[in-house]
Structure formats: C-alpha cells, structure tokens
Design a protein around this ligand. Structure first.
Ligand SMILES: Cc1ncc(C[n+]2csc(CCOP(=O)(O)OP(=O)(O)O)c2C)c(N)n1
Length: 349
C-alpha cells in the first residue's frame, strides 16, 4: 500500500498521474488475464538478470520492468491477426502478444531452438505467426515499417490493426514524423505508442526536448492524441480500446503517450549512477502490478489468493522456460556460424 505522503509527492510532480478506475466494458476475466501477463513479463525479466550475470544469457537486454501495464493494456485487446512493432525493450511486447517464452528464453541463451536460432538475442525477436513484426536495436526504427504494415492492410482491405511502440528517445527520430504524417494523411490503421519513461540511456528527456509533453506532437500532425498514466493499466486500456476501434473501422491513426518513469537502469547492468535515485525510489509505490492488484482486491474483483495463484503460475512458466533453454536446447555448432544471418533469397510475400 502506497504511503499517503509519498503518493501526494508523486501526484505533485508526475503530471500524468491518474486514479485507478474500472472501465465499464472491462470484464473480470480480462483483468485477471492481464494481471497474469504482467506477472509473466515481470518474472521473465527478473529471472533473466542473474542468468545474464552467470553468463548463461548473452548479449544486451533492456528490462521492461514497471512498464508492463503499457504492453498488456494495449496488446491484450488485439487479435492474433493484428500486428505490433517493438523496440530494444521488447520482451513485454512479445509476451503480451502471446509469444512463446520457451523460444524467447532459448534465444536469450543463444540456443538453436530460440526464435532466431540463437543468432539474434533479446533485441531481435520477431514472430510473424503472432503478428510480432520485430524488436529492433535501432531506436525509432519500427515506426515506418509499422506504417507500411498499416498501408498493406488498407490496400488489401483487411481490418487488422498495427500498433507500434517507441520511447521518448525514439520520439526524437525524424523518420517517425514522416511516417506518422503519411499515416495521418491516409487514415491508416496504426496506433503510435510512445513509452515515455523520461530517460534515453543517461539523457533526461527535459534536456533534449523543447516540450516534453510528447503527445502534443501527434496533435500537430492531425492525429487524435492522448496522454496516459503509464502506471495505470485501466486508463491505458480504455484509451487503447477507443484507438483500436478507430483504426479497425477506418477512422485512422491514434497517438498514445504512456508517461512513466524508468525505475531500473537502461540495460541489465546499468546502475543508474547518473540519476538522483531518491526521486526514483518512491515510484515503486505506484508500480503497475502492485497497483492493479491492490485495486482488484479493494474492489472485490479478485482475492489475494487468486492473484497469488496467477503470480505463482507465471513464475512456474518462467522456471520451465529456463530449464528448457538450459538443459534441453542446443548450442549452434561452429560450422553453422554464418547460417541464418541473411535471408536465402526467398521472396517474402
Ligand atoms: C538510431 C539509434 N541511435 C542511438 C542508439 C543508441 N541507443 C540505444 S537505446 C537508446 C535510448 C533509447 O531511449 P528511448 O527511446 O527513450 O527508449 P528507452 O530505452 O528509454 O526505453 C539509445 C540512444 C540506437 N540504438 N539507435
């Protein structure tokens, strides 16, 4: 339970803060599912860190911890045929879209059975079978291809929707505005989600933007644009619901800025040395899993025992994925070192 004094301080300084409320059309079943998915993302990432330290997991990884509500609130409302474009901080997006965590873990371990046969690691997970267009180590790079995906949908007259995620650092990449402008002009079914955690590695957003209210940029392009409290899964869910409906019914794009605060370091071993951690520490009190859990218990949506069962189940799945990756998967052999790096010339339809 957040202590009142800290909560008051947060409300004063975090202008996106909103109280929790239950959107009318959100069922108990969906809420429980969303809670379980957030736990799955959280445990997956918490368990990966010691594995990385033990040199079992290779390559960089960027924790999505405390941003889980954003992926889950939005992606849980998508259909399997809908698409998402992701970032370097993409585990949460893949898991929320129904990615196979065993294949993900195997990929992080660098094993043949992984999503990219162990060649890509954390930042390159893609799965076209669930509409996951790909994570990317290139900041802001998923936005233009996502508009391409939405254009394909328009040309083919399908009713699928594409959602693309990028950070506040990514929001300063010029190409995304060219892509967004096109999406606005052609009313394409794409939703732009800026995960504004207020930091780009060691750069405070305030140092590199004239106006840190990033959603305003969408308004400038003629796109309906909203700012949400990134710690409030219910507000994001409701905002995304309308955006998805708009996209699916031919009304065009939406820009959603989910404002949050990065509480962990940028990557696995970044200890945030460049930040005032006394400011950061208090936000753990409104981290999204605890916040949603407390709300559900207070409003008789779920009991503590039900929530614990979901949490235990998530942990169990993660442990199974670790055992699978560690003991049942295989290291690629050296003579296949250069395999699967480039496409074999096949035409991707
Ligand atoms: C085009 C490009 N420029 C710079 C980098 C180096 N880089 C990696 S992550 C990152 C910060 C990204 O910040 P943001 O978009 O806010 O996402 P966050 O890491 O906060 O989730 C940068 C600059 C990169 N990977 N790609």
């Amino acid at each position: 339970m957040a202590d009142q004094k800290t909560l008051e301080l947060i409300k004063e300084e975090f202008n996106a803060y909103t109280e929790m409320y239950l959107p009318e059309e959100l069922s108990q079943e969906e809420q429980l599912k969303m809670y379980g998915t957030m736990c799955l993302i959280r445990h997956f990432e918490e368990e990966v860190k010691p594995l990385w330290m033990a040199n079992k997991v290779h390559g960089y990884y960027h924790p999505y911890i405390t941003e889980e509500a954003i992926a889950v609130a939005i992606i849980s409302q998508l259909r399997k045929e809908d698409y998402i474009g992701s970032t370097h901080r993409g585990h949460g997006h893949v898991i929320a879209k129904g990615g196979d965590i065993k294949k993900m873990m195997a990929e992080l371990f660098g094993k043949e059975e992984g999503y990219n046969k162990g060649r890509g690691g954390s930042m390159h997970i893609a799965d076209m079978s669930i509409g996951m267009l790909g994570a990317s180590g290139i900041v802001g790079a998923a936005v233009a291809p996502a508009v391409g995906s939405a254009l394909r949908s328009w040309i083919k007259r399908t009713d699928d929707v594409t959602v693309v995620f990028f950070g506040d650092g990514g929001a300063n990449a010029g190409s995304i505005y060219e892509a967004m402008n096109m999406a606005a002009a052609w009313k394409l079914p794409v939703i732009f989600v800026c995960e504004n955690n207020q930091w780009a590695i060691a750069t405070d957003i305030a140092r590199v933007t004239g106006d840190a209210e990033i959603y305003q940029r969408g308004i400038g392009l003629g796109i309906p644009s909203f700012q949400c409290d990134g710690f409030n899964i219910y507000q994001i869910w409701e905002t995304a619901k309308e955006a998805i409906e708009r996209a699916r019914t031919g009304e065009g794009s939406t820009f959603i800025e989910c404002k949050t605060l990065r509480l962990l370091g940028h990557h696995a071993t970044d200890d945030n040395w460049y930040r005032d951690m006394s400011i950061v520490e208090k936000y753990w009190q409104i981290e999204p899993i605890t916040r949603m859990g407390e709300f559900m218990v207070e409003n008789n949506i779920a009991s503590e025992a039900e929530l614990k069962a979901l949490d235990d189940d998530a942990m169990q799945q993660v442990q199974e994925s670790i055992v699978y990756a560690d003991t049942q998967c295989h290291e690629p052999s050296l003579d296949t070192f250069y395999d699967h790096i480039y496409a074999d010339g096949e035409v991707i339809k």
